[in-house]
Every structure is written in structure tokens, then in C-alpha cells.
Design a protein around this ligand. Structure first.
Ligand code: 1CP
Length: 360
């Protein structure tokens, strides 16, 4: 957790960082999961010339793609252009993006688990830290930069299953067939991600987000035994890192009570759980991030405003709300709808005076 001190005479903190720390803000800050990517013509243009892995490994290109959405929209934060699988590639895991990650040799034996090396970020993925430094030096409006990693269980899903899947059956059955080996693999991933996230903060990332994209695959008992235990280990490794931590559990409504026990500043909420319910379950010590349905960006403009009003209302007047979608933006979204969304979140939250109220 982060100390809530502000230095007298310093510049006002960016709204995104203030909201993460549940401090009052002039407007509700907004950024969008997957904001750098295929719905943007300028991304597709660059991608037509450079393959995805090359983009992530070339600091000036990764920094450029990170900043593309901030030039177009008045977003309150940038997120590093990279992928949750990038550090695993750095650990020697051979994989392709098609466009989702496909692992050449899925990890299914103790020998493979033992062979996974420790991650040394400066040695194995130095381009990530270099990209962070470039973004920090050039980002429009001095917007804060979010570094990120996959949560151990979500990485486990791709490593064990080998490719994107609706059910990740091979990964889920591995948990039951080999619980001890699963825990060992999750522990290794947890430690690697702690080192990775710390290195990102040291390079200049001003907040760190952990993506548990496949939280919804597990019942509450398995979530607790495998996913929560492992991510707690990552979070424990980041205790004194000094920047806000965000944990996002997609389709995580049934495990929110468990998320409440995680020592992070912000909980990312998908669109299936109203923010008022999330706030009640999480208690006053966590900010919330979310949670407009990505499909709502296909509404008529006046309807989109109504959907935004509902999210702002559900978040309530207390500080500690970062507006976002409930999951990543769809690639066929009209960028003009994003512009309308960003501008309206600012306008409506200023009008309503939300985020300035007393703490809940
Ligand atoms: O062809 C291309 O251009 C590659 C498509 C692509 C992109 C643009 C992939 C492959 N990854 C990314 C970038 C990316 N991935 C970012 C940075 C961009 C941004 O957010 O602005 C981030 C934060 C991620 C994180 C990521 N990758 C997650 C967690 C977030 C989430 O959406 O749940 C996950 C699950 C992945 C795996 C992955 N990598 C790529 C794809 C298409 C996928 C999803 C595969 C699947 O559905 O299982």
C-alpha cells in the first residue's frame, strides 16, 4: 500500500494517481484496457510493417505505440505496449502470437517446471525498461505510465494449455491432477512477476497492474488455493515498491470477497458486477477501476452518455474511481466513440462533482 502524503509546493498529482490513492480529483480519470492496439488505424499502419514481437522488443516503437492513443484522446494514463507473455519469452519460453500466444512446448511435467529459470529483468527483457524510460520522457501531457504483468494463474493457463481457449481445460485439469506441481509452477511465476513489476517501477512505471484475465474459470475454492495464493505472493514481493498496485480479475464477481483480502490499492472490476456492489464488498480501503461493457461503445452517442452516467452513479461520490472498460476494447470499435467516451467522462464527472466527496 502507498503512503498518502503529498509534498507541499509540488505539482498537483495527476488525477489517475490521486484516484488510485483515493484522494479527491478534479475529474474522474479514464484510461482504457487495450487502448494501444488494433482498433487504431495508426497502430494497424505500423503493424503492417513490423511484426508484433518486434514491436514489443524495439523501445522506440513500443514507446510510440504506447503514446498513440494519448495523442488522439485526452486519456489520463498510458499503459506500456507489451504483452503478458513477454517476460516468459525472456525466460526462454518459445512462443508465437497468432495473434494470441501459442506456446511451442506447453508446460506439463515437473522437469519442465524445474527447468524454468529465474527472471532477471535487466538481463532477460531490458527493452521493457528502456521503453518505459522513453515513454516517461515523451508522453503527452505528462500522463502517468502504468506497467503491467499477467497474474500467475493467467500465465499458468497459457503455459499449460499452450494456446488461447474458452475453457482452458488442459490447465484446469492439471490443477486437479497435479496440485503440488501446479503450486510450484505458480510460485515460480509469482516470483518472476514480482521481480518483473519491481523492475518496471524502478525504470519509471508510476502504477503497476496485474491482469487476472481468466479468474472466471475457477470456483471460489480453487481460486483461493491457486490463483489468490500465488498473486498474494507476487504482491508480498512488491510491498515497498512505492507505486499504486491494481489487480484486475476478469469475470471475478464471485471472488470479490477474496480480492478484498489482497493488499492492493485498486481493484479492476468487469462489467458484470455493479461498482456499488464492488465497493460494498471491497470496503473503503480500495479504489475501483472500471467498468463499462466494451460493447457499450457500439451504442448511439446519446445512449453511450446514459451508460456512462450509470457507471459514474454506481461508483458513487467518494474518491477512488478510475473509469475504464470492464475488459479490453474490441478491435472493431470506432475510435470516434472512444473520443466521445473520454470527453464525456471528464465532462459528466466535473458537472456532478464526483470524486471530490468525503471518503466512504
Ligand atoms: O497482432 C497483434 O497486433 C497482436 C495483438 C496483441 C496486442 C495489441 C496481443 C496478442 N497483445 C497485445 C498488447 C497487449 N496485451 C497489451 C498492451 C496494449 C494496451 O493495453 O494498450 C496488454 C496490456 C496486453 C495484455 C494481455 N495479453 C492480456 C491481459 C489483458 C486482457 O485483455 O485480458 C492477455 C490475456 C493477453 C494475451 C494475448 N496476447 C495477445 C492476444 C490477442 C491475447 C489474448 C488471447 C486470448 O484471447 O486468450
Amino acid at each position: 500500500m502507498v503512503a498518502q502524503l503529498s509534498t507541499p509546493g509540488s505539482h498537483p498529482e495527476p488525477a489517475f494517481l490521486a484516484a488510485c490513492r483515493r484522494q479527491p480529483v478534479p475529474h474522474t480519470p479514464i484510461w482504457i484496457m487495450r487502448q494501444a492496439g488494433r482498433y487504431l488505424p495508426e497502430y494497424r499502419e505500423l503493424r503492417s510493417k513490423v511484426d508484433f514481437v518486434q514491436l514489443t522488443r524495439t523501445p522506440d516503437l513500443a514507446a510510440e505505440v504506447t503514446m498513440q492513443p494519448l495523442r488522439r484522446f485526452e486519456l489520463d494514463a498510458a499503459i506500456l505496449f507489451s504483452d503478458i507473455m513477454t517476460p516468459l519469452q525472456g525466460m526462454g519460453v518459445s512462443l508465437d502470437f497468432e495473434p494470441g500466444p501459442v506456446v511451442k512446448d506447453p508446460v506439463r511435467s515437473d522437469a519442465q517446471i524445474d527447468a524454468l529459470p529465474e527472471l532477471v529483468p535487466q538481463r532477460d527483457v531490458p527493452f521493457v525498461m528502456e521503453s518505459i524510460r522513453l515513454v516517461r520522457a515523451n508522453v503527452p501531457r505528462g500522463a502517468p505510465l502504468i506497467g503491467f504483468a499477467g497474474a500467475p494463474f493467467t500465465l499458468f493457463c497459457y503455459l499449460v494449455c499452450g494456446r488461447p481457449s474458452k475453457e482452458f481445460g488442459a490447465a484446469r485439469s492439471f490443477l486437479y491432477a497435479h496440485p503440488g506441481s501446479s503450486e510450484r509452477l505458480l510460485d515460480k511465476l509469482a516470483d518472476a512477476m514480482a521481480a518483473y513489476l519491481r523492475a518496471q517501477a524502478e525504470a519509471g512505471a508510476q502504477a503497476l497492474m496485474i491482469f487476472e484475465s481468466w479468474a472466471g474459470l475457477l470456483g471460489p475454492r480453487e481460486f483461493q488455493r491457486f490463483a489468490l495464493r500465488a498473486v498474494k505472493r507476487t504482491v508480498a514481493g512488491l510491498k515497498d515498491v512505492g507505486v499504486p498496485l491494481i489487480y484486475y480479475a476478469n469475470n471475478g464477481g464471485s471472488v470479490l470477497d477474496q480480492v478484498a483480502t489482497l493488499d492492493v490499492d485498486v481493484a479492476g472490476i468487469d462489467w458484470r458486477t455493479p461498482l456499488s456492489v464492488a465497493r460494498r464488498t471491497l470496503g473503503p480501503d480500495k479504489a475501483v477501476q472500471g467498468n463499462l461493457d466494451p460493447a457499450a461503445l457500439f451504442s448511439a452517442p446519446e445512449d453511450l452518455r446514459r451508460h456512462v452516467d450509470i457507471v459514474l452513479e454506481e461508483a458513487g461520490p467518494a474518491p477512488g474511481h478510475v473509469f475504464n472498460l470492464g475488459h479490453g476494447i474490441w478491435q472493431d470499435t470506432d475510435p470516434d466513440a472512444v473520443a466521445r467516451l473520454v470527453d464525456y467522462v471528464h465532462e459528466a464527472s466535473i458537472r456532478a462533482g464526483v470524486g471530490k466527496g468525503a471518503r466512504a
